[in-house]
Design a protein around this ligand. Structure first.
Ligand SMILES: Nc1ncnc2c1ncn2[C@@H]1O[C@H](COP(=O)(O)OP(=O)(O)O)[C@@H](O)[C@H]1O
Ligand SMILES: [Mg+2]
Length: 340
């Protein structure tokens, strides 16, 4: 951004209802739900009154770890034919808390149908960066940012862009699972829609679809009317993913979604991420280097150069390259476990 730094409004804290995106029925199979049935469910639910107009023909891609240049920044595929939604890009994003600058000129493109992992030691600004991507940074009093965050080429901080709309298109899952304890499992799935005042024709089908996509249907199908709080930690996190998916986000942001989970739950969530990445843009913060290698197509390493200095991206690229052939010595040291 060439203009002066923009002070961001610090409005009242409100829950960030997620949102979603146009996707075509994909042949994904989860939880034993046969692919045609799932496809039919999606047809059903996307044709509901709440569904946004969908012009994009999105074709499901196979999950290809390490794939890099599948999509251009213009939001078309390699052939330039299909419109692709969910290209998230930041240009020179810097962040402050008061006078403390914590991020310096972060530029990154996060592509549809890929998982982008943000890695780096604690305190280097990964969560802060993630929160700029759906305008949660501005919820902190004294928080400021400069630079641009573009979703499909449009600045989400632009004049006239509604923050609620943005948070519907760019959903978020947090470190600690946070289902609404007073709501049932089914109500939790639908909570974001309710908050956004979006009507749904066939709630049961949507609940099933979202729980299936989140890999929770088999475990939750006979207890939909039980409290979300009755689920295990890993199940609660998948419930939060289902809740985020219900509003059909184009992008899903995840801040260390497995750090409070056991290895088996972590594996299930990773499988869910792999499935979802065939349809939407996923950005995940992780401290776990193995996890970054398992789930992501691209990685960006954040570091600070010294005490009190702002975090910045040292290296970004295809995950295989960042881990297997790092271009920067600091990356080699970090992914090699020599610090952090
Ligand atoms: N709400 C806040 N108010 C003031 N400073 C903050 C706030 N949140 C984070 N910070 C500071 O911003 C820097 C980056 O933090 P964070 O984005 O949480 O890093 P990471 O996620 O990489 O651990 C740290 O120095 C942290 O102390
Ligand atoms: Mg963090």
């Amino acid at each position: 951004m060439s203009g002066p730094e923009r002070d961001r409004p610090t409005g009242p804290v409100s829950p960030a209802p997620p949102s979603s995106m146009p996707w075509a029925p994909s042949p994904t199979k989860r939880d034993g739900l046969a692919a045609p049935r799932l496809a039919a469910l999606r047809e059903e639910t996307v044709s509901g009154t709440w569904a946004a107009p969908r012009s994009a023909a999105v074709v499901a891609m196979p999950f290809r770890a390490g794939v890099d240049e599948g999509w251009s920044q213009q939001g078309t595929d390699d052939m330039g034919t299909a419109e692709v939604k969910g290209v998230l890009e930041t240009r020179d994003v810097s962040c402050w808390f008061g006078s403390n600058k914590v991020l310096e000129k972060v530029s990154l493109v996060m592509r549809p149908r890929q998982v982008t992992a943000l890695i780096g030691p604690s305190g280097c600004g990964k969560s802060t960066y993630l929160r700029t991507l759906n305008r949660m940074h501005e919820l902190v009093p004294s928080a400021r940012l400069s630079g641009q965050v573009l979703l499909d080429g449009e600045d989400i901080y632009g004049q006239g862009v509604r923050v609620t709309e943005t948070r519907l298109r760019i959903g978020m899952v947090f470190q600690k699972p946070n289902p609404f304890p007073s709501m049932t499992i089914a109500q939790n799935v639908l909570a974001g829609l309710r908050l956004a005042g979006i009507k749904v024709d066939n709630k049961d089908a949507l609940v099933q679809e979202c729980l299936s996509r989140a890999g929770l249907w088999n475990e939750a199908r006979f207890r939909l009317n039980q409290s979300g709080a009755a689920l295990s930690g890993g199940q609660q996190q998948r419930l939060c993913i289902a809740r985020a998916l219900a509003v059909r986000p184009e992008v899903l942001l995840m801040d260390e979604p497995c750090s409070a989970l056991d290895p088996i739950s972590t594996g299930v969530i990773e499988e869910t991420i792999a499935e979802l990445s065939q349809e939407i843009t996923i950005v995940i913060v992780t401290h776990n280097m193995q996890q970054a290698q398992r789930v992501s197509h691209r990685c960006a390493l954040f570091l600070v150069d010294g005490e009190g200095r702002p975090g910045h991206i040292v290296e970004q690229g295809p995950t295989e390259q960042v881990f297997g052939d790092p271009q920067d010595q600091r990356t080699a040291d970090y992914v090699g476990g020599r610090f952090g």
